[in-house]
Design a protein around this ligand. Structure first.
Ligand code: UD1
Ligand code: CA
Length: 451
């Protein structure tokens, strides 16, 4: 078997998206399209994967720090993109799988199947059947069924090629590197787009008598390209339904399956329950017996077994422990960790803070850069003043402490185990274990002025 590497084409502008963001960074269920293509390709090629970037290359590189990139300074077409990658490929492999970066539904299975089916061909490409060939490249075959060419939609002339076929080019190719090296310099740009098309390799290879194969993948949606907001939303809906269907079949209780958006990268265990519209993105994990009420949004968050999340909560990179209770209207930002059976109530925000076992912060509170011991009660309106405009400082509160309402904890500061802070205090000095800290103006009662 020839040593094969993969090349993902992701340098294009994506003009039809009408967005400043590079097309491959447009998201499908919370992930940039390119992530799906990388995930589908990586396991098949064991790390030998290159990505061609050009338009807003820096943004794409920043989004995938672990990937390897090749630059296409000017986006002169898909053939030109492959040409730019040739120096990086030569010496690394004997054959290259080239795939468009705008195919977010691509799966590992489809890639494997295609690579296997391409075995023995000098040049192979995947085709799909569409009722409306739309803007896809048309596959032109001879009477005996052998491939003659791919002709782009704009350049298709029925007088030359016959009636429009329903078989179109899916944008995935497998080509011997020596053949690509020989043919690429012969691709021209005398076409309606003025671009160097990778698809021109097909007719050139046919003319040389090479073995060229169109691998028919039928009506496989996983090869749909995304070029416009309409196509993006169709692909996203297709994937969304697929994920939801799989979860329901596995035993997840979804009460509003049409209204949940769950990333295929997330894990929701059988026996978890989601009662209404929700968004669960990234590598989130929702364990068995956890319940999430409607209108919660989370990314890269773990909800442990038996936790209860009430409506309208936001989570990012947070961890909610077993049987914890959150919301409604809570916000857990990166580094928020709720230990077992802790409670976070309405209008409470946590960032880089740990709430110990059974601790409670039930109302109107900000806890940033803090450590709160088990069983401690944080009163309504407590604020950790963790930032002096330049630096962040830590607040530590021991176990079994009680922080009175409307307290400002000016960090760095420590409130000890079993300590109590009087309501309305501005705490700037440590409160030792078991002591009471109170820091507020004394109340004076004066006679009312007579009118
Ligand atoms: C391409 C194919 C078409 C096929 C369709 C499948 C060509 C000429 N046409 O058309 O036959 O049916 O995909 O979806 O290839 N890109 C670069 N550099 C460039 C131009 C594009 O890296 O200079 C990248 C884009 O970022 C994109 C991919 O190549 O990920 C495909 O480009 P796009 O412009 O979307 O091609 P289509 O018109 O969809
Ligand atoms: Ca495309």
């Amino acid at each position: 078997m020839l040593q094969t590497a993969a090349l993902i084409l992701a340098a294009g502008k994506g003009t039809r998206m009408h967005s400043d963001k590079p097309k491959v960074l447009q998201t499908v269920l919370g992930e940039p399209m390119l992530r799906y293509v990388l995930e589908a390709v990586r396991p098949v090629f064991d790390g030998r994967v290159l990505v061609v970037v050009g338009h807003q290359a820096g943004m794409v590189e920043a989004a995938f720090p672990e990937a390897s990139f090749v630059h296409q300074e000017q986006q002169l077409g898909t053939g030109h993109a492959l040409m730019q990658a040739m120096p990086a490929l030569e010496g690394q492999c004997e054959r290259v799988l080239v795939v468009n970066g705008d195919t977010p539904l691509l799966s590992e299975d489809v890639v494997r199947h295609f690579v296997e089916a391409s075995e023995g061909a000098d040049l192979a490409f995947a085709t799909i059947e569409l009722d409306d060939p739309a803007a896809y490249g048309r596959v032109v075959r001879a009477a005996d069924g052998s491939v003659r060419a791919i002709v782009e939609a704009k350049d298709y002339d029925p007088a030359l090629y016959g009636p429009e076929p329903h078989e179109v080019n899916a944008g995935m190719y497998c080509v011997r590197l020596d053949l690509a090296a020989r043919l690429l310099p012969r691709i021209g740009n005398a076409n309606k787009s003025g671009e160097y098309y990778i698809t021109d390799l097909i007719s050139l290879a046919v003319a040389e008598g090479c073995k060229v194969q169109g691998v028919q993948c039928g009506r496989d949606e996983s090869l749909m390209g995304v070029n416009s907001p309409l196509e993006l939303s169709r692909s996203e809906e297709f994937l969304r339904e697929h994920v939801v269907d799989g979860l329901l079949r596995s035993g997840v209780m979804l009460h509003a399956p049409a209204l949940v958006r769950i990333s295929p990268l997330a894990t929701v265990e059988p026996g978890a329950e989601i009662t209404g519209p929700c968004e669960i993105y990234g590598r989130s994990v929702v364990r068995r017996g956890a319940r999430i009420d409607s209108h919660c949004v989370m990314r890269d968050t773990v909800i442990e077994a038996g936790a209860e999340i009430r409506s309208f909560c936001h989570f990012e990179d947070a961890h909610v422990g077993e049987a914890a209770l959150v919301g409604p209207y809570a916000r857990l930002r990166p580094g928020a960790v709720l230990e077992e059976a802790s409670h976070v109530g309405n209008f409470v925000e946590l960032k880089k803070s740990r709430l110990g076992k059974g601790a409670k912060a039930n109302h109107l509170t900000y806890l940033g850069d803090s450590e709160i011991g088990a069983g401690t009660n944080i009163g309504a309106g407590t604020i950790t003043c963790n930032y002096d405009g330049k630096h962040k400082f830590k607040t530590t509160i021991g176990e079994g402490a009680f922080i009175g309402s409307n307290t400002a904890l000016v960090a760095p500061v420590r409130v000890g185990d079993g300590a109590l802070v009087g309501a309305g205090s501005v705490i700037t000095k440590d409160v030792p274990d078991g002591e009471m800290g109170i820091a507020r103006g004394r109340q004076k009662n004066l006679p009312r002025k007579s009118v």
